[in-house]
Design a protein around this ligand. Structure first.
Ligand code: PA5
Length: 444
């Protein structure tokens, strides 16, 4: 099996002695993670690192996947927001492509997260079309707390729709994924909906390898065993105290060093459009985990890097000028893919009298070569401007490598949280707007 390659040719002046020193500082956290993975189970905030090895959980999810597949659904509606759906989006888009629904698959997927009336109604109409044609759908409602306004409103909307077409059997089309004991869990017991548990100590943005991601991805025929095998494969190296083995720790050390030297933006530069969902997932993971008002001792710190996401090559024609010419306040992580599924070539035999100089240069070149040339050009420009960056090179877009990448990134953020002395697992300030919203909505 190949591996994800991590390169850090442009470290912004950090030497291997600096890395060794940083690694020594990380040792207590690495040892804690070693203990957690050795013990297994879900009793600490680090619980998510044990998900890839949980074969019982996979079996449980697989049973529900098989039961729902037997209904022969033509659409899967995923209702959930933030950590409850972005991991699924990341894996689905990376493996099935951003144009998946347009390719008329056996099972389309629709995500309903916000309460934007127009967007939600567009999805509603598409789902209703399926029902009008006598097709079955699956409604997967995902909420750890079971009490998120957007998710509950969307659950009610789509349950109502489903009930109109399947008044007797609509229950069998619904799967609720939530914490044991949550309001949604209680509802599932009373209404006899299928319910999948999210381990209590697994945070939303760390939950893609729990039933949160596994159920919808299994229904889409993603190879769950390979996804988890990829994630499991990086657990040992990512809990190694050897700096050369531990890509997650190294990446976190680089992020921290550059943050303290004024790079307060972390740009994830994606060299594959199919990784758009991954970009959204990582943006949330970093922002909610390290954007904190207080450190672990309660001191006011207001810390955090702003995670941005850029796409090759479209964003080179929109934000590259700012990146290369504007403030030097950015640390970049390139995510590249070594092989494409499609072997697309610029046509050689264009029957035209005149070919421009550029056309003559391009004819016969593969799109992969074009992308590589452009990405290499960008990296050279970054080097010349002394803009620090690292690169994660993914051998190919498969469940195995996606599992690896996602797990490495979760370890990276846990280590970064430790280095910044904040808790990477909570999100206390998100409650501020939630409380205000509840107050407004409770006015009769
Ligand atoms: O990562 C997180 O914890 C959050 O982004 C949550 O996933 C998000 O707020 C949705 O919460 P819930 O799953 O409780 O509906």
């Amino acid at each position: 099996m190949k591996k994800i390659y991590f390169s850090y040719e442009n470290t912004g002046g950090l030497s291997s002695a600096d890395f060794q020193l940083g690694m020594r500082f990380l040792v207590p956290e690495i040892e804690r993670l070693q203990e957690v993975t050795l013990a297994g189970g879900y009793t600490t905030d680090y619980a998510s690192v044990n998900l890839p090895a949980d074969t019982q959980m996979l079996e449980k999810v697989q049973l529900v996947v098989d039961a729902k597949k037997a209904l022969r659904p033509t659409a899967l509606v995923v209702v959930g927001i933030g950590g409850s759906h972005l991991g699924t989006l990341a894996v689905q888009q990376a493996l099935l492509g951003t144009q998946y629904n347009a390719q008329q698959p056996d099972l389309k997927i629709y995500y309903v997260d916000s309460v934007d009336a127009d967007y939600t109604y567009d999805v509603y109409l598409l789902v209703e079309q399926e029902l009008q044609q006598g097709h079955q759908i699956i409604l997967n409602v995902i909420s750890k707390s079971g009490a998120t306004t957007e998710t509950i409103a969307n659950f009610m909307l789509f349950e109502y729709l489903l009930k109109q077409y399947y008044p007797q059997t609509y229950r069998e089309a619904i799967v609720l994924t939530t914490n044991y004991g949550s309001p949604l869990w209680e509802l599932a017991q009373q209404e006899e909906f299928d319910c999948l548990d999210i381990p209590q100590r697994v945070g939303g943005r760390y939950s893609v390898f729990s039933p949160v991601g596994l159920f919808p991805l299994g229904l889409l025929n993603i190879d769950l065993e390979m996804l988890l095998a990829g994630a499991a494969q990086v657990v040992a190296p990512c809990t190694s105290i050897e700096v050369t083995h531990n890509k997650a720790a190294l990446s976190a050390l680089l992020l921290k060093e550059h943050y303290f030297s004024g790079k307060n933006i972390h740009d994830t530069f994606l060299c594959s459009v199919d990784f758009a969902g991954f970009g959204l997932w990582y943006r949330q993971l970093m922002a909610e985990s390290v954007g904190k008002m207080y450190d672990r001792d309660g001191g006011l710190v207001r810390t955090g890097m702003l995670p941005t996401v850029s796409q090759a090559t479209a964003d080179l024609h929109s934000v590259a000028q700012l990146y290369l010419g504007g403030p030097l306040n950015r640390f970049t992580t390139f995510v590249t893919v070594d092989t494409n599924k499609a072997n697309l070539v610029v046509p050689r035999d264009i029957e035209r009298k005149v070919l421009t100089k550029l056309e003559r240069q391009l004819q016969g070149k593969t799109y992969h070569e074009l992308m590589q040339a452009i990405v290499e050009g960008v990296r050279i420009a970054y080097l010349k401007q002394e803009m620090p960056f690292v690169t994660f090179s993914i051998p190919e877009k498969t469940a195995y490598y996606l599992g690896q990448l996602i797990q490495i990134k979760m370890f990276e953020i846990i280590y970064l949280g430790f280095l910044l002395d904040i808790n990477p697992f909570d999100q206390p300030e998100v409650e501020l707007y939630k409380q205000e919203t509840r107050k407004i909505l409770s006015h009769e």
